[in-house]
Design a protein around this ligand. Structure first.
Ligand SMILES: [Zn+2]
Length: 336
């Protein structure tokens, strides 16, 4: 479950902007973090109201760079009468601080809970910022498997990779693993807004949760769905994702899907489902016809559901080959 060499190399290739010394000028060390030089603040990214209780700070980019300082995944706030909950806390202390500044422009109510949808670092490294602002006792919810991954090598791999990808802009970020285990069926009421947890097995990772706000007919899906982004499927399952999407439709009255990457709305569903159906069905066909792994990408790109998305998807060229290979291996295993 650690970051793979391929992933680290892809991110490292994107790095190489400002030298560390430019960030360091006039940056005070964080109190209590001896010898740690704090990366600079992250530029404000406006908060947007998606529905009565749901707000989002949307990340414009799909991948971490020194320029975006790791701002690559959305930070979502559910605002109820009894407080605010954040779903995915961003990729650094600095990003979390920025999102809290944005939240405070719409409500002065405190954040009373943090949810981490899965163990990829862009969704939980910002936990530090929420603990800093709201206290160490703030509950951080995730599946037990997400917690143990973050407590183990996956946590440090992600923190170190983010430092490298952002050329140290995330420096000062501490690993704060979730402390409250949740599973399918868990609910939390915020007064007027309820959070209902869905989990249907391995999708993007083995431990994804989707978080429904039934009053708003909104489903926050983490990375089970994305909008014009291609998901890192190294720990995931194409068939599992398609099954999870079906279960989310069946078991909710969702009108708007809020992904971890890209814009929210009704359209996210078709976009994600058709891309994965296209890739996985093409790979299944390739396996059945005896097309070798190297030929799978060409078969997939003949499918209009895949080909149509190339131009509008961030990171397509550098990732599609790798993720089609993963789909091919999954399809091959499913044949036996
Ligand atoms: Zn992810």
């Amino acid at each position: 479950m650690a970051i793979t060499r391929r992933g680290v190399l892809a991110g490292a290739a994107a790095a190489g902007g400002l030298p560390l010394t430019q960030y360091n000028l006039c940056m005070p060390a964080l109190a209590g973090d001896d010898d740690v030089i704090l990366g600079p603040p992250v530029k404000d990214q406006p908060i947007r109201k998606l529905s009565e209780h749901v707000y989002m700070v949307e990340a414009p980019d799909g991948f971490p760079t020194p320029e975006n300082q790791g701002l690559m995944s959305n930070i979502v706030f559910i605002v109820g009468k009894e407080g605010v909950v954040v779903i995915d806390s961003g990729a650094s202390l600095q990003i979390a601080r920025m999102s809290i500044r944005q939240l405070q422009t719409v409500t002065k109510a405190p954040v009373v809970g943090v949810f981490n949808t899965h163990y990829h670092g862009d969704h939980w490294l910002g936990n530090h910022g929420f603990v800093e602002a709201y206290g160490a006792s703030i509950p951080i919810y995730a599946m037990a498997g997400t917690r143990t991954a973050i407590e183990g090598g996956t946590g440090t791999s992600w923190r170190d990779a983010m430092l490298k990808w952002t050329n140290q802009a995330s420096s000062g970020t501490r690993i704060i693993p979730p402390g409250k285990d949740i599973d399918h069926g868990f609910t939390l009421s915020l007064g007027g807004a309820t959070l209902r947890i869905h989990h249907y097995g391995t999708a993007h990772t083995p431990f994804d949760v989707a978080i429904e706000v039934p009053e708003d007919q909104v489903m926050c899906v983490g990375d089970i769905m994305m909008d014009r982004r291609i998901a890192n499927m190294e720990d995931g399952s194409y068939q599992g994702t398609l099954d999870a999407i079906d279960a989310l439709i069946r078991n909710s009255k969702t009108a708007a899907w809020v992904p971890g990457h890209g814009d929210a709305g009704a359209k996210v569903l078709d976009w994600q489902r058709s891309l994965f159906q296209g890739i996985y069905e093409a790979c299944t066909k390739a396996v059945k016809q005896g097309v070798p792994l190297e030929g799978a990408l060409a078969v997939a790109m003949k499918d209009p559901r895949v080909a149509d998305k190339a131009a509008e998807t961030k990171g397509w060229a550098s990732n599609i080959g790798k993720y089609v290979s993963i789909a091919y291996l999954e399809a091959e295993q499913a044949q036996f």
